[in-house]
Design a protein around this ligand. Structure first.
Ligand SMILES: Nc1ncnc2c1ncn2[C@@H]1O[C@H](COP(=O)(O)OP(=O)(O)OP(=O)(O)O)[C@@H](O)[C@H]1O
Ligand SMILES: O=c1[nH]c(=O)c2[nH+]cn([C@@H]3O[C@H](COP(=O)(O)O)[C@@H](O)[C@H]3O)c2[nH]1
Ligand SMILES: NC(=O)CC[C@H](N)C(=O)O
Ligand SMILES: [Mg+2]
Length: 519
Protein backbone atom coordinates (compact mmCIF):
# COMPACT_ATOMS: atom_id res chain seq x y z
CA UNK A 1 0.00 0.00 0.00
CA UNK A 2 1.29 3.43 -0.85
CA UNK A 3 1.78 5.72 2.14
CA UNK A 4 2.14 8.84 0.09
CA UNK A 5 -1.49 9.72 0.41
CA UNK A 6 -4.55 8.66 2.36
CA UNK A 7 -6.54 9.75 -0.68
CA UNK A 8 -6.98 6.43 -2.40
CA UNK A 9 -9.56 4.52 -4.37
CA UNK A 10 -9.93 0.75 -4.42
CA UNK A 11 -10.97 -0.86 -7.70
CA UNK A 12 -12.48 -4.30 -7.23
CA UNK A 13 -11.92 -6.43 -10.31
CA UNK A 14 -14.61 -8.75 -11.64
CA UNK A 15 -12.46 -9.89 -14.57
CA UNK A 16 -13.03 -7.21 -17.20
CA UNK A 17 -10.47 -7.02 -20.00
CA UNK A 18 -10.12 -3.30 -19.37
CA UNK A 19 -9.91 -3.00 -15.57
CA UNK A 20 -6.34 -1.67 -15.80
CA UNK A 21 -7.62 1.26 -17.83
CA UNK A 22 -9.79 2.38 -14.91
CA UNK A 23 -6.66 2.63 -12.78
CA UNK A 24 -4.81 4.53 -15.48
CA UNK A 25 -7.62 7.07 -15.86
CA UNK A 26 -7.76 7.72 -12.10
CA UNK A 27 -4.03 8.18 -11.88
CA UNK A 28 -4.10 10.55 -14.83
CA UNK A 29 -6.63 12.48 -12.76
CA UNK A 30 -4.02 12.67 -9.97
CA UNK A 31 -5.59 10.09 -7.67
CA UNK A 32 -3.89 6.97 -6.33
CA UNK A 33 -5.72 3.67 -6.68
CA UNK A 34 -5.10 -0.05 -6.59
CA UNK A 35 -6.80 -2.99 -8.29
CA UNK A 36 -7.72 -5.97 -6.12
CA UNK A 37 -9.73 -9.09 -6.92
CA UNK A 38 -13.40 -8.73 -5.93
CA UNK A 39 -13.01 -11.59 -3.44
CA UNK A 40 -10.05 -10.07 -1.56
CA UNK A 41 -10.20 -10.54 2.21
CA UNK A 42 -12.77 -8.02 3.56
CA UNK A 43 -10.52 -7.29 6.54
CA UNK A 44 -7.77 -6.19 4.14
CA UNK A 45 -10.26 -4.14 2.17
CA UNK A 46 -11.39 -2.39 5.33
CA UNK A 47 -7.78 -1.70 6.34
CA UNK A 48 -7.07 -0.09 2.97
CA UNK A 49 -9.43 2.75 4.00
CA UNK A 50 -10.51 3.54 0.47
CA UNK A 51 -12.16 6.91 0.00
CA UNK A 52 -14.23 5.39 -2.78
CA UNK A 53 -14.80 2.05 -4.48
CA UNK A 54 -15.08 1.22 -8.16
CA UNK A 55 -16.58 -2.12 -9.17
CA UNK A 56 -15.28 -3.19 -12.59
CA UNK A 57 -17.04 -4.97 -15.44
CA UNK A 58 -16.75 -8.71 -15.88
CA UNK A 59 -17.77 -11.68 -18.01
CA UNK A 60 -20.20 -13.27 -15.55
CA UNK A 61 -23.95 -12.82 -15.63
CA UNK A 62 -25.51 -11.57 -12.40
CA UNK A 63 -28.40 -14.02 -12.79
CA UNK A 64 -26.05 -17.02 -12.95
CA UNK A 65 -25.85 -19.10 -9.85
CA UNK A 66 -22.70 -18.32 -7.83
CA UNK A 67 -21.85 -15.27 -9.94
CA UNK A 68 -19.51 -12.89 -8.10
CA UNK A 69 -20.74 -10.24 -5.69
CA UNK A 70 -19.07 -7.22 -4.12
CA UNK A 71 -18.24 -7.62 -0.41
CA UNK A 72 -21.09 -6.08 1.59
CA UNK A 73 -18.76 -3.72 3.39
CA UNK A 74 -18.37 -1.80 0.13
CA UNK A 75 -21.94 -0.57 0.53
CA UNK A 76 -21.71 -0.17 4.29
CA UNK A 77 -18.56 1.95 4.56
CA UNK A 78 -20.24 5.30 3.95
CA UNK A 79 -17.95 6.05 0.99
CA UNK A 80 -18.93 6.56 -2.66
CA UNK A 81 -19.27 3.55 -4.97
CA UNK A 82 -19.17 3.54 -8.78
CA UNK A 83 -20.28 0.37 -10.56
CA UNK A 84 -19.25 -0.11 -14.18
CA UNK A 85 -21.19 -2.60 -16.34
CA UNK A 86 -21.03 -5.88 -14.36
CA UNK A 87 -20.16 -3.72 -11.35
CA UNK A 88 -23.34 -1.72 -11.88
CA UNK A 89 -25.36 -4.91 -12.26
CA UNK A 90 -24.08 -6.57 -9.11
CA UNK A 91 -24.56 -3.33 -7.16
CA UNK A 92 -28.10 -3.25 -8.44
CA UNK A 93 -28.77 -6.88 -7.52
CA UNK A 94 -27.21 -6.47 -4.07
CA UNK A 95 -29.20 -3.33 -3.22
CA UNK A 96 -32.61 -4.62 -4.18
CA UNK A 97 -32.97 -3.93 -7.92
CA UNK A 98 -33.44 -6.34 -10.84
CA UNK A 99 -31.11 -7.49 -13.62
CA UNK A 100 -32.18 -9.55 -16.61
CA UNK A 101 -31.07 -10.57 -20.08
CA UNK A 102 -31.47 -7.61 -22.44
CA UNK A 103 -33.55 -7.73 -25.61
CA UNK A 104 -31.04 -5.49 -27.28
CA UNK A 105 -27.48 -6.38 -26.49
CA UNK A 106 -24.96 -3.64 -27.10
CA UNK A 107 -21.37 -4.29 -28.14
CA UNK A 108 -19.10 -1.49 -29.24
CA UNK A 109 -20.24 2.01 -30.06
CA UNK A 110 -23.58 3.09 -28.64
CA UNK A 111 -25.35 6.31 -27.72
CA UNK A 112 -26.90 7.42 -24.47
CA UNK A 113 -29.50 10.14 -23.98
CA UNK A 114 -28.89 12.35 -20.97
CA UNK A 115 -32.22 12.64 -19.21
CA UNK A 116 -31.23 14.45 -16.03
CA UNK A 117 -28.28 16.29 -14.56
CA UNK A 118 -25.71 14.47 -12.47
CA UNK A 119 -22.47 15.48 -10.79
CA UNK A 120 -20.65 12.78 -12.80
CA UNK A 121 -21.43 14.72 -15.98
CA UNK A 122 -19.94 18.08 -14.91
CA UNK A 123 -17.96 19.71 -17.69
CA UNK A 124 -18.70 16.84 -20.07
CA UNK A 125 -22.37 16.08 -20.65
CA UNK A 126 -25.55 18.16 -20.31
CA UNK A 127 -29.15 17.22 -19.88
CA UNK A 128 -30.89 16.70 -23.23
CA UNK A 129 -27.65 15.71 -24.94
CA UNK A 130 -26.91 12.51 -26.83
CA UNK A 131 -23.42 11.13 -26.22
CA UNK A 132 -21.24 8.39 -27.66
CA UNK A 133 -20.16 5.62 -25.29
CA UNK A 134 -18.67 2.15 -25.58
CA UNK A 135 -20.83 -0.70 -24.38
CA UNK A 136 -20.25 -4.42 -24.01
CA UNK A 137 -23.18 -6.07 -22.34
CA UNK A 138 -25.74 -8.79 -22.84
CA UNK A 139 -27.64 -8.26 -19.58
CA UNK A 140 -29.20 -5.05 -18.36
CA UNK A 141 -30.91 -3.54 -15.38
CA UNK A 142 -34.67 -3.94 -15.47
CA UNK A 143 -35.40 -2.14 -12.19
CA UNK A 144 -32.93 0.03 -10.30
CA UNK A 145 -32.73 -0.42 -6.52
CA UNK A 146 -34.74 1.89 -4.24
CA UNK A 147 -33.14 5.30 -3.81
CA UNK A 148 -31.72 5.52 -7.36
CA UNK A 149 -32.82 7.85 -10.14
CA UNK A 150 -32.10 7.35 -13.83
CA UNK A 151 -29.98 10.05 -15.44
CA UNK A 152 -29.20 8.51 -18.87
CA UNK A 153 -30.72 5.81 -21.07
CA UNK A 154 -29.80 3.91 -24.22
CA UNK A 155 -31.63 1.56 -26.60
CA UNK A 156 -30.31 -1.56 -24.90
CA UNK A 157 -30.07 -0.12 -21.40
CA UNK A 158 -33.03 1.89 -20.11
CA UNK A 159 -31.01 2.52 -16.95
CA UNK A 160 -27.69 3.31 -18.61
CA UNK A 161 -26.65 5.66 -15.79
CA UNK A 162 -28.24 5.57 -12.35
CA UNK A 163 -27.47 7.71 -9.32
CA UNK A 164 -28.23 7.72 -5.63
CA UNK A 165 -26.84 11.09 -4.58
CA UNK A 166 -27.62 10.56 -0.89
CA UNK A 167 -25.56 7.42 -0.50
CA UNK A 168 -23.22 8.58 -3.31
CA UNK A 169 -23.69 5.34 -5.29
CA UNK A 170 -23.50 5.54 -9.08
CA UNK A 171 -23.79 2.97 -11.85
CA UNK A 172 -22.78 3.09 -15.52
CA UNK A 173 -23.75 0.45 -18.06
CA UNK A 174 -21.01 1.61 -20.46
CA UNK A 175 -17.24 1.67 -20.01
CA UNK A 176 -15.98 5.20 -19.25
CA UNK A 177 -12.38 3.94 -19.03
CA UNK A 178 -11.92 3.19 -22.76
CA UNK A 179 -11.04 5.91 -25.25
CA UNK A 180 -14.10 5.03 -27.34
CA UNK A 181 -16.17 6.75 -24.66
CA UNK A 182 -14.95 10.25 -25.56
CA UNK A 183 -15.78 11.97 -22.26
CA UNK A 184 -15.28 8.88 -20.12
CA UNK A 185 -12.09 10.15 -18.48
CA UNK A 186 -13.93 13.29 -17.36
CA UNK A 187 -16.72 11.20 -15.83
CA UNK A 188 -14.18 9.18 -13.84
CA UNK A 189 -12.36 12.34 -12.79
CA UNK A 190 -15.68 13.79 -11.63
CA UNK A 191 -16.29 10.69 -9.54
CA UNK A 192 -12.98 10.91 -7.71
CA UNK A 193 -12.86 14.70 -7.39
CA UNK A 194 -16.48 15.83 -7.04
CA UNK A 195 -18.08 12.77 -5.48
CA UNK A 196 -15.20 11.34 -3.41
CA UNK A 197 -13.73 14.80 -2.74
CA UNK A 198 -10.13 13.83 -3.52
CA UNK A 199 -7.48 16.25 -4.76
CA UNK A 200 -4.56 15.77 -7.12
CA UNK A 201 -1.98 14.42 -4.71
CA UNK A 202 -0.67 11.64 -6.93
CA UNK A 203 2.26 13.29 -8.70
CA UNK A 204 5.68 11.89 -9.44
CA UNK A 205 7.29 14.71 -7.44
CA UNK A 206 5.41 13.54 -4.34
CA UNK A 207 6.09 9.93 -5.16
CA UNK A 208 9.81 10.58 -5.39
CA UNK A 209 9.98 12.07 -1.88
CA UNK A 210 8.03 9.28 -0.26
CA UNK A 211 9.79 6.50 -2.18
CA UNK A 212 13.18 7.82 -1.08
CA UNK A 213 12.16 7.59 2.56
CA UNK A 214 10.75 4.11 2.12
CA UNK A 215 13.92 2.85 0.45
CA UNK A 216 16.05 4.25 3.30
CA UNK A 217 13.81 2.66 5.88
CA UNK A 218 13.92 -0.73 4.17
CA UNK A 219 17.62 -0.84 3.39
CA UNK A 220 19.17 0.73 6.49
CA UNK A 221 22.92 0.42 6.07
CA UNK A 222 22.76 -2.67 3.85
CA UNK A 223 24.18 -3.07 0.36
CA UNK A 224 21.88 -3.14 -2.65
CA UNK A 225 22.79 -4.54 -6.04
CA UNK A 226 20.75 -3.69 -9.11
CA UNK A 227 20.84 -5.35 -12.52
CA UNK A 228 21.10 -2.38 -14.83
CA UNK A 229 20.19 -2.92 -18.47
CA UNK A 230 20.12 0.70 -19.56
CA UNK A 231 16.38 0.20 -20.16
CA UNK A 232 13.82 2.56 -18.70
CA UNK A 233 12.73 0.53 -15.68
CA UNK A 234 16.09 -0.45 -14.24
CA UNK A 235 17.57 2.98 -14.98
CA UNK A 236 14.80 4.82 -13.17
CA UNK A 237 14.92 2.36 -10.28
CA UNK A 238 18.70 2.79 -10.00
CA UNK A 239 18.53 6.58 -10.13
CA UNK A 240 15.84 6.66 -7.43
CA UNK A 241 17.63 4.22 -5.15
CA UNK A 242 20.89 6.06 -5.65
CA UNK A 243 19.24 9.29 -4.61
CA UNK A 244 18.06 7.53 -1.45
CA UNK A 245 21.15 5.61 -0.36
CA UNK A 246 24.09 6.78 -2.49
CA UNK A 247 27.03 4.42 -2.60
CA UNK A 248 25.24 1.61 -0.81
CA UNK A 249 23.90 0.91 -4.31
CA UNK A 250 26.06 -0.97 -6.80
CA UNK A 251 24.74 -1.55 -10.32
CA UNK A 252 25.74 -4.54 -12.38
CA UNK A 253 25.48 -4.22 -16.13
CA UNK A 254 25.80 -7.55 -17.90
CA UNK A 255 26.97 -7.39 -21.48
CA UNK A 256 25.78 -10.72 -22.81
CA UNK A 257 26.91 -9.89 -26.32
CA UNK A 258 23.27 -9.71 -27.40
CA UNK A 259 22.83 -5.96 -27.08
CA UNK A 260 22.24 -3.49 -29.88
CA UNK A 261 25.22 -1.91 -31.62
CA UNK A 262 26.89 0.64 -29.34
CA UNK A 263 24.47 -0.05 -26.47
CA UNK A 264 27.03 -1.10 -23.90
CA UNK A 265 29.10 2.05 -24.37
CA UNK A 266 26.03 4.28 -24.17
CA UNK A 267 24.78 2.76 -20.95
CA UNK A 268 28.15 3.00 -19.28
CA UNK A 269 28.70 6.58 -20.40
CA UNK A 270 25.34 7.82 -19.17
CA UNK A 271 25.66 6.14 -15.82
CA UNK A 272 29.27 6.96 -15.11
CA UNK A 273 29.14 10.54 -16.36
CA UNK A 274 25.74 11.75 -15.35
CA UNK A 275 24.96 9.77 -12.27
CA UNK A 276 28.13 8.83 -10.63
CA UNK A 277 26.54 5.52 -9.72
CA UNK A 278 28.97 2.71 -8.98
CA UNK A 279 28.64 0.47 -12.01
CA UNK A 280 30.20 -2.90 -12.58
CA UNK A 281 30.40 -3.70 -16.26
CA UNK A 282 30.75 -7.41 -16.79
CA UNK A 283 31.50 -8.69 -20.26
CA UNK A 284 30.00 -12.14 -20.05
CA UNK A 285 29.50 -12.66 -23.76
CA UNK A 286 31.75 -15.75 -23.99
CA UNK A 287 29.64 -17.41 -21.32
CA UNK A 288 26.36 -16.65 -23.09
CA UNK A 289 27.49 -17.59 -26.60
CA UNK A 290 29.00 -20.85 -25.36
CA UNK A 291 25.81 -21.81 -23.55
CA UNK A 292 23.61 -20.86 -26.50
CA UNK A 293 25.66 -22.61 -29.20
CA UNK A 294 23.44 -24.82 -31.32
CA UNK A 295 20.31 -24.23 -29.20
CA UNK A 296 17.27 -23.61 -31.42
CA UNK A 297 14.28 -23.91 -29.09
CA UNK A 298 12.98 -20.46 -28.03
CA UNK A 299 12.04 -21.47 -24.51
CA UNK A 300 15.35 -23.20 -23.97
CA UNK A 301 17.21 -20.11 -25.18
CA UNK A 302 15.24 -17.95 -22.75
CA UNK A 303 15.88 -20.28 -19.84
CA UNK A 304 19.61 -20.46 -20.53
CA UNK A 305 19.85 -16.68 -20.63
CA UNK A 306 17.74 -16.19 -17.50
CA UNK A 307 19.88 -18.69 -15.61
CA UNK A 308 23.15 -17.10 -16.71
CA UNK A 309 21.97 -13.65 -15.62
CA UNK A 310 21.51 -15.01 -12.13
CA UNK A 311 24.91 -16.74 -12.16
CA UNK A 312 26.62 -13.53 -13.19
CA UNK A 313 24.79 -11.44 -10.57
CA UNK A 314 25.80 -13.97 -7.93
CA UNK A 315 29.44 -13.95 -9.00
CA UNK A 316 29.60 -10.16 -8.96
CA UNK A 317 27.80 -9.91 -5.62
CA UNK A 318 30.25 -12.42 -4.13
CA UNK A 319 33.20 -10.33 -5.35
CA UNK A 320 31.76 -7.40 -3.41
CA UNK A 321 31.56 -9.51 -0.27
CA UNK A 322 27.86 -10.18 -0.68
CA UNK A 323 24.78 -8.01 -0.89
CA UNK A 324 21.72 -7.78 1.32
CA UNK A 325 19.23 -6.53 -1.25
CA UNK A 326 18.51 -6.97 -4.92
CA UNK A 327 16.77 -4.08 -6.69
CA UNK A 328 14.36 -4.76 -9.52
CA UNK A 329 12.30 -2.57 -11.79
CA UNK A 330 9.05 -4.49 -11.25
CA UNK A 331 6.06 -2.44 -12.44
CA UNK A 332 2.43 -2.40 -11.34
CA UNK A 333 1.10 -4.44 -14.28
CA UNK A 334 3.38 -7.28 -13.09
CA UNK A 335 1.89 -7.07 -9.61
CA UNK A 336 -1.84 -6.72 -10.32
CA UNK A 337 -3.66 -9.84 -9.34
CA UNK A 338 -6.48 -9.74 -11.82
CA UNK A 339 -9.41 -12.10 -11.79
CA UNK A 340 -8.67 -14.72 -14.41
CA UNK A 341 -11.45 -14.62 -16.94
CA UNK A 342 -11.05 -18.15 -18.18
CA UNK A 343 -10.84 -19.53 -14.66
CA UNK A 344 -7.92 -21.92 -15.01
CA UNK A 345 -4.25 -21.01 -15.08
CA UNK A 346 -3.42 -19.16 -18.29
CA UNK A 347 -1.21 -20.72 -20.95
CA UNK A 348 2.50 -19.95 -20.92
CA UNK A 349 3.19 -18.12 -24.16
CA UNK A 350 6.82 -17.40 -23.40
CA UNK A 351 8.92 -17.30 -20.24
CA UNK A 352 9.87 -13.71 -19.85
CA UNK A 353 13.34 -13.59 -18.50
CA UNK A 354 13.35 -11.79 -15.25
CA UNK A 355 15.55 -11.98 -12.29
CA UNK A 356 12.44 -13.53 -10.75
CA UNK A 357 13.50 -17.14 -10.26
CA UNK A 358 16.26 -16.33 -7.81
CA UNK A 359 17.76 -19.30 -6.03
CA UNK A 360 16.76 -19.34 -2.35
CA UNK A 361 20.39 -19.50 -1.28
CA UNK A 362 20.88 -15.89 -2.44
CA UNK A 363 18.89 -14.73 0.57
CA UNK A 364 18.66 -11.22 -0.78
CA UNK A 365 15.56 -9.21 -0.07
CA UNK A 366 13.94 -7.45 -2.99
CA UNK A 367 13.82 -3.68 -3.32
CA UNK A 368 11.14 -2.80 -5.85
CA UNK A 369 10.43 0.92 -5.69
CA UNK A 370 8.42 0.98 -8.93
CA UNK A 371 5.92 -1.73 -7.93
CA UNK A 372 3.06 0.74 -7.80
CA UNK A 373 3.72 2.48 -11.13
CA UNK A 374 2.62 2.08 -14.71
CA UNK A 375 5.20 2.46 -17.48
CA UNK A 376 4.18 6.00 -18.39
CA UNK A 377 4.48 6.96 -14.71
CA UNK A 378 7.97 5.43 -14.60
CA UNK A 379 8.87 7.63 -17.55
CA UNK A 380 7.45 10.68 -15.76
CA UNK A 381 9.46 9.76 -12.65
CA UNK A 382 12.60 9.40 -14.77
CA UNK A 383 12.10 12.95 -16.07
CA UNK A 384 11.50 14.13 -12.51
CA UNK A 385 14.85 12.56 -11.55
CA UNK A 386 16.59 14.33 -14.40
CA UNK A 387 17.31 11.30 -16.56
CA UNK A 388 17.99 12.32 -20.16
CA UNK A 389 15.07 12.16 -22.56
CA UNK A 390 17.00 9.75 -24.79
CA UNK A 391 16.91 7.27 -21.94
CA UNK A 392 13.43 7.93 -20.58
CA UNK A 393 11.79 7.73 -24.00
CA UNK A 394 13.60 4.56 -25.07
CA UNK A 395 11.77 1.68 -26.64
CA UNK A 396 11.64 -1.33 -24.31
CA UNK A 397 14.39 -3.86 -24.97
CA UNK A 398 13.95 -7.43 -23.76
CA UNK A 399 16.44 -8.91 -21.30
CA UNK A 400 17.36 -11.83 -23.62
CA UNK A 401 18.21 -9.21 -26.22
CA UNK A 402 18.95 -10.06 -29.81
CA UNK A 403 18.86 -13.79 -29.04
CA UNK A 404 15.07 -13.73 -29.37
CA UNK A 405 15.29 -11.72 -32.59
CA UNK A 406 17.33 -14.45 -34.28
CA UNK A 407 15.02 -17.44 -34.56
CA UNK A 408 17.07 -20.64 -34.32
CA UNK A 409 20.63 -20.98 -33.05
CA UNK A 410 22.51 -17.78 -32.24
CA UNK A 411 26.17 -17.04 -32.90
CA UNK A 412 28.41 -13.97 -32.92
CA UNK A 413 28.35 -13.69 -36.69
CA UNK A 414 24.53 -13.51 -36.88
CA UNK A 415 24.43 -11.01 -34.03
CA UNK A 416 26.85 -8.74 -35.90
CA UNK A 417 24.72 -8.86 -39.05
CA UNK A 418 21.58 -8.11 -37.07
CA UNK A 419 23.21 -5.25 -35.16
CA UNK A 420 24.11 -3.52 -38.43
CA UNK A 421 20.66 -3.88 -39.95
CA UNK A 422 18.98 -2.80 -36.72
CA UNK A 423 21.18 0.31 -36.45
CA UNK A 424 20.23 1.39 -39.98
CA UNK A 425 16.54 0.84 -39.33
CA UNK A 426 16.56 2.87 -36.12
CA UNK A 427 18.65 5.60 -37.68
CA UNK A 428 16.05 5.97 -40.44
CA UNK A 429 13.18 5.91 -37.94
CA UNK A 430 14.81 8.67 -35.93
CA UNK A 431 15.61 10.69 -39.04
CA UNK A 432 11.96 10.45 -40.11
CA UNK A 433 10.88 11.73 -36.69
CA UNK A 434 8.92 8.55 -35.99
CA UNK A 435 10.77 7.12 -32.97
CA UNK A 436 8.38 8.50 -30.34
CA UNK A 437 5.28 7.49 -32.27
CA UNK A 438 6.38 3.86 -32.14
CA UNK A 439 6.28 1.63 -29.04
CA UNK A 440 9.02 -0.66 -30.25
CA UNK A 441 10.91 -1.14 -33.51
CA UNK A 442 13.58 -3.68 -34.38
CA UNK A 443 14.87 -6.05 -37.01
CA UNK A 444 14.67 -9.83 -36.73
CA UNK A 445 17.22 -11.91 -38.64
CA UNK A 446 15.39 -14.82 -40.20
CA UNK A 447 16.83 -18.33 -40.47
CA UNK A 448 16.05 -18.26 -44.18
CA UNK A 449 18.43 -17.73 -47.07
CA UNK A 450 17.24 -16.54 -50.40
CA UNK A 451 18.76 -16.01 -53.82
CA UNK A 452 19.39 -12.48 -55.00
CA UNK A 453 21.26 -10.66 -57.69
CA UNK A 454 23.68 -7.85 -56.89
CA UNK A 455 26.13 -6.27 -59.31
CA UNK A 456 25.15 -8.91 -61.84
CA UNK A 457 26.31 -11.59 -59.44
CA UNK A 458 24.33 -14.18 -57.56
CA UNK A 459 23.86 -13.81 -53.80
CA UNK A 460 22.56 -16.37 -51.34
CA UNK A 461 22.06 -14.59 -48.05
CA UNK A 462 19.73 -14.14 -45.08
CA UNK A 463 16.34 -12.49 -45.15
CA UNK A 464 15.34 -10.14 -42.34
CA UNK A 465 12.05 -8.78 -41.07
CA UNK A 466 11.47 -5.23 -39.94
CA UNK A 467 9.04 -4.88 -37.04
CA UNK A 468 7.40 -1.75 -35.63
CA UNK A 469 4.37 -1.66 -33.39
CA UNK A 470 2.25 0.77 -31.44
CA UNK A 471 1.03 -0.23 -28.00
CA UNK A 472 0.31 1.23 -24.58
CA UNK A 473 1.58 -1.60 -22.43
CA UNK A 474 3.01 -4.29 -24.70
CA UNK A 475 0.05 -6.57 -23.96
CA UNK A 476 -1.61 -5.86 -27.28
CA UNK A 477 -0.03 -4.18 -30.28
CA UNK A 478 -0.82 -2.81 -33.72
CA UNK A 479 1.43 -2.69 -36.74
CA UNK A 480 2.90 0.75 -37.35
CA UNK A 481 1.69 2.06 -40.75
CA UNK A 482 4.93 3.18 -42.42
CA UNK A 483 4.59 4.53 -45.90
CA UNK A 484 6.03 2.43 -48.68
CA UNK A 485 8.74 4.95 -49.52
CA UNK A 486 10.11 4.72 -46.02
CA UNK A 487 10.17 0.93 -46.11
CA UNK A 488 11.85 0.73 -49.49
CA UNK A 489 14.47 3.26 -48.40
CA UNK A 490 15.32 1.17 -45.33
CA UNK A 491 15.33 -2.03 -47.38
CA UNK A 492 17.67 -0.49 -49.93
CA UNK A 493 20.09 0.66 -47.28
CA UNK A 494 20.11 -2.65 -45.41
CA UNK A 495 20.74 -4.77 -48.48
CA UNK A 496 23.30 -2.29 -49.76
CA UNK A 497 25.20 -1.80 -46.51
CA UNK A 498 24.88 -5.04 -44.56
CA UNK A 499 26.82 -8.00 -45.85
CA UNK A 500 24.86 -11.16 -45.18
CA UNK A 501 21.34 -9.81 -45.85
CA UNK A 502 19.88 -9.70 -49.36
CA UNK A 503 16.14 -9.53 -48.66
CA UNK A 504 13.97 -7.38 -46.40
CA UNK A 505 10.36 -7.97 -45.37
CA UNK A 506 7.96 -6.00 -43.16
CA UNK A 507 6.15 -7.92 -40.45
CA UNK A 508 2.48 -6.88 -40.54
CA UNK A 509 1.18 -9.09 -37.74
CA UNK A 510 -0.59 -7.48 -34.81
CA UNK A 511 -0.60 -8.87 -31.25
CA UNK A 512 -2.65 -10.97 -30.91
CA UNK A 513 -2.34 -13.17 -32.90
CA UNK A 514 1.42 -12.56 -33.07
CA UNK A 515 3.66 -11.47 -30.22
CA UNK A 516 5.90 -8.45 -30.48
CA UNK A 517 9.17 -10.39 -30.41
CA UNK A 518 9.72 -13.31 -32.76
CA UNK A 519 10.49 -15.79 -29.98
N1 LIG B 1 21.96 -6.56 -19.67
C1 LIG B 1 21.48 -6.54 -18.42
N2 LIG B 1 22.30 -6.39 -17.37
C2 LIG B 1 21.82 -6.37 -16.12
N3 LIG B 1 20.52 -6.50 -15.81
C3 LIG B 1 19.67 -6.66 -16.81
C4 LIG B 1 20.08 -6.68 -18.18
N4 LIG B 1 18.98 -6.85 -18.95
C5 LIG B 1 17.93 -6.92 -18.12
N5 LIG B 1 18.33 -6.81 -16.83
C6 LIG B 1 17.48 -6.83 -15.64
O1 LIG B 1 16.23 -7.42 -15.96
C7 LIG B 1 15.18 -6.52 -15.64
C8 LIG B 1 14.00 -6.70 -16.59
O2 LIG B 1 14.32 -6.22 -17.89
P1 LIG B 1 13.29 -5.29 -18.65
O3 LIG B 1 13.73 -5.22 -20.07
O4 LIG B 1 11.91 -5.72 -18.32
O5 LIG B 1 13.44 -3.88 -17.94
P2 LIG B 1 14.39 -2.68 -18.33
O6 LIG B 1 15.44 -3.16 -19.28
O7 LIG B 1 14.90 -2.06 -17.09
O8 LIG B 1 13.42 -1.66 -19.02
P3 LIG B 1 12.78 -1.70 -20.48
O9 LIG B 1 11.44 -2.38 -20.27
O10 LIG B 1 12.65 -0.27 -20.84
O11 LIG B 1 13.67 -2.47 -21.39
C9 LIG B 1 15.81 -5.15 -15.69
O12 LIG B 1 15.08 -4.22 -14.91
C10 LIG B 1 17.20 -5.42 -15.14
O13 LIG B 1 17.19 -5.44 -13.75
O1 LIG C 1 12.61 -7.97 -20.08
C1 LIG C 1 12.06 -8.69 -20.88
N1 LIG C 1 12.38 -9.98 -20.83
C2 LIG C 1 11.88 -10.88 -21.69
O2 LIG C 1 12.19 -12.07 -21.61
C3 LIG C 1 10.99 -10.38 -22.68
N2 LIG C 1 10.33 -10.97 -23.70
C4 LIG C 1 9.62 -9.99 -24.31
N3 LIG C 1 9.82 -8.83 -23.71
C5 LIG C 1 9.21 -7.55 -24.03
O3 LIG C 1 7.87 -7.61 -23.56
C6 LIG C 1 6.96 -6.99 -24.49
C7 LIG C 1 5.95 -7.99 -24.99
O4 LIG C 1 6.65 -8.95 -25.76
P1 LIG C 1 5.99 -10.16 -26.54
O5 LIG C 1 4.79 -9.61 -27.24
O6 LIG C 1 7.04 -10.63 -27.49
O7 LIG C 1 5.64 -11.16 -25.49
C8 LIG C 1 7.86 -6.41 -25.58
O8 LIG C 1 8.15 -5.07 -25.21
C9 LIG C 1 9.09 -7.28 -25.51
O9 LIG C 1 10.26 -6.65 -26.01
C10 LIG C 1 10.66 -9.04 -22.69
N4 LIG C 1 11.18 -8.19 -21.78
N1 LIG D 1 -18.80 -5.70 -19.71
C1 LIG D 1 -19.46 -6.26 -18.70
O1 LIG D 1 -19.17 -6.03 -17.55
C2 LIG D 1 -20.51 -7.29 -19.09
C3 LIG D 1 -21.41 -7.66 -17.97
C4 LIG D 1 -22.23 -8.92 -18.25
N2 LIG D 1 -21.32 -10.03 -18.39
C5 LIG D 1 -23.08 -8.75 -19.51
O2 LIG D 1 -22.81 -9.34 -20.53
O3 LIG D 1 -24.06 -8.03 -19.49
MG1 LIG E 1 15.02 -4.03 -21.04
Amino acid sequence: MNELTDERILILDFGSQVTQLIARRLREAGVYCEIWPFDADPARIAAFKARGFILSGGPASVSDENSPRAPELVFESDVPVLGICYGQMTMCAQLGGDVSGAHIREFGRAFVDITDDCTLFDGAWTQGGREQVWMSHGDHISAPPPGFRTVATSDGAPFAVIADDTRRFYGLMFHPEVIHTPHGAQLLANFVHNVCGLSNTWTMANFRDVARGKIRAQVGTGRVICGLSGGVDSSVAAALIHEAIGDQLVCIFVDHGLLRAGEADDVIRVFRDRFNITLIHRDASDLFFAALAGVADPEQKRKIIGGLFIDVFEQEAAKLGGADFLAQGTLYPDVIESVSVTGGPSAVIKSHHNVGGLPARMRMQLVEPLRELFKDEVRALGRELGLPETLVGRHPFPGPGLAIRIPGPVDREKVKILQRADAIYLEEIRAAGLYDAIWQAFVALLPVRSVGVMGDGRTYDFACALRAVTSTDGMTADVFPFDMQFLTRVAGRIVGEVRGINRVTYDITSKPPGTIEWE
